[in-house]
Design a protein around this ligand. Sequence first.
Ligand code: HAM
Length: 418
Amino acid sequence: MTSQPLPGFRDFFPEEHASLRSIFSAWREASHRSGFREYEGPELESLELYTEKSGEEIVGQLYHFKDKGDREVALRPELTPTLARMVASRHRNYRKPIKWFSIPRLFRYERPQRGRHREHFQWNCDIVGEKGGVAEAELISTLCLGLSLLGLGPQDVVVKISDRGWWDAFLTHQGIEEGKKGEVLRILDKLEGAPQEEWQKKLGSLAEPVAQALTSKAIQSPGLNEVRQGVADLGYGNWCEVDLRVVRGLAYYTGVVFEVHDRAGKFRAVAGGGRYDHLLKKLGGEDLPATGFGMGDAVLSELLREKKLVRPVAARAEIFVVAETGERSLALQLAGMLRRAGHAVDYDPASGKWAKQLELAEARGARWALLVGREAAQGKLLVKELAARKQGQVSFRQDGGGEISLEWGVGDWAKVVA
Ligand code: HAM
């Protein structure tokens, strides 16, 4: 038996989990500020949901098996098919546009490497029922807000925007059949950053026109222009660049697509998304336009570490109750009362020497120690402000029903200590 998790899976010890929580809270805050409502779906879905909708790359990375009821099932590798399934089943209950977000844990059997694992958390924001580029502008500005809440700015990351619609027209012009376009786009997706010879090898006669198109300044895409205008109006114009090399690996995208990369180009994409107007219909739902993005925690954490922006949300006790032997019951009553009153309270379950208990209080990062000693018989408790090494006394009363009340509320303890 090993003490390590499976390859590509991560343990989050409390310190690491505190960093993860700070990422989640930025994601949630940005979603709420931008009017997205949170939802969640199941971790396990029918295999078919992905084999038909996600495209070859993800299907090759699925964790799938037969369940005990002989159903072919898969751990979710992405959330978009689940969202499309959920919206298709109940969209009449919701006014359009639907703006939803979620932070699922996803599973892909990839080769583990820096920023890539076999599970990751992914912030998803999606808008269903809006055709206009203002939807993508809304999504891009929301993800920029989320990144800025973590301390990142346009000097650190760039949102590269492209248009699959433009690629579609270009490939038609080049005489590529409809059924072959997906394959060409998948090849293009993999070629980012590859040397010229590789392009030639993989694209053959298409390499030349593609290279020309990519360097051309005269690209016409009304869709892109609308998105860029919206993003600029929302205040994030300087975060974005048009970059047609972004085509996205997933099969369902139909229009404007985008990816977030670190400016230095050291890491893989921090986020990716785009328009997928036909997915809902394919799932048997109404023909509703949709667009969205997913941002993973793994690459983002690498980037935050590099920029020294990791700010863990520490879960610390505010008050640590220290009890003399014999006063244990009163100490527990105080802890319970203070917790019910809204405070974060901890204590040493093995009540030993005061000094030992105070050591634990400091290790837990508590601001206050509330000491329950012999003076409790006279209705007195000792309060210590640990870091400031100050202390004072507070009185308490216990009514006939055992209810405890303090003479000074915790908010006033700073006035009590000297
Ligand atoms: P995706 O590009 O496959 O898109 O993933 C989005 C982001 O999730 C990536 O940019 C990356 O940060 C992170 N990610 C993906 N795979 C891994 C992995 N194995 N390890 C760590 N991080 C990873 C989608 O999944 C789309 N469903 C997003 C979307 C939502 N499109 C529309 N709505």
